[in-house]
Design a binder for this molecule. Structure first.
Ligand code: C5P
Length: 215
């Protein structure tokens, strides 16, 4: 609310997967429920931030007091992020497809046992682009979904992408689509191991941590 510690701050959140069309009826996508990103948008709004959430295709209700912009593809998400700037805080939790397809205008038909080849084109890295932008948010946070060497990979990603924090997510277990998450918060200062908690609890803790950092 208006007396929350993030009142007067703007926040941008990306959430969910992107869908990259192959033809009018098929797509490539990453596995992502969007639950953690939606919970983060909700938690930031609860602390008083003015939140814009750019969501890929997911069937989740819009959290209270969050402005939601729905997109399908990585290119649409990149444009929507650009249009939502400036923002004090950006949390890019979306599982963006690394490649898009040079899509066919008409449905691809089966052709006597010959599978079609897909020509893939690299998508822009929204996080890395934002890190270099003139409108770089004060606090820029990325996600890393890892199955091994979680901290090493997250520290490398922090440096490579030029963000301030990485929320490193251990996806070796049953995280995808589930309601709990095991997080390491990796910053340039060090690493915090957070206890396994619900996605709502992780979001609340992250929002409080952000409020402290901006104080
Ligand atoms: O490189 P990787 O996909 O593992 O990085 C994950 C982080 O980068 C996440 O914060 C994700 O939202 C962001 N990302 C992005 N644009 C991409 C790929 C990843 O913003 N094209």
């Amino acid at each position: 609310g208006t007396n929350g510690p993030l009142f007067g701050r703007t926040a941008l959140v990306t959430a969910g997967p992107t869908h990259e069309p192959i033809d009018p009826v098929r797509y490539l996508a990453n596995r992502s429920s969007g639950k953690q990103g939606f919970a983060i948008a909700e938690a930031l709004a609860k602390l008083g931030a003015e939140v814009t959430m750019i969501a890929g295709p997911v069937a989740l209700a819009t959290p209270a007091d969050v402005k939601r912009i729905d997109v399908q593809t990585a290119l649409e998400m990149a444009r929507a992020v650009d249009a939502a700037l400036p923002a004090d805080i950006a949390i890019l939790s979306a599982a963006v497809a690394d490649w898009r397809v040079d899509a066919a205008d008409q449905k691809i038909k089966k052709n006597g046992g010959t599978a079609p080849g897909l020509k893939l084109v690299e998508n822009p890295d929204i996080l890395a682009t934002l890190a270099k932008s003139d409108h770089r948010p004060t606090l820029l946070i990325g996600f890393a979904a890892e199955t091994e060497k979680i901290i090493e990979h997250a520290q490398a990603k922090l440096a490579r992408k030029g963000c301030d924090w990485i929320v490193a997510n251990d996806v070796s277990g049953d995280v995808m689509g589930g309601d709990r998450n095991t997080i390491h918060l990796v910053t340039t200062q060090g690493v915090e191991a957070w206890p396994t908690a619900t996605k709502a609890e992780v979001a609340a803790r992250l929002a409080n941590r952000i409020a402290d950092a901006l104080h």
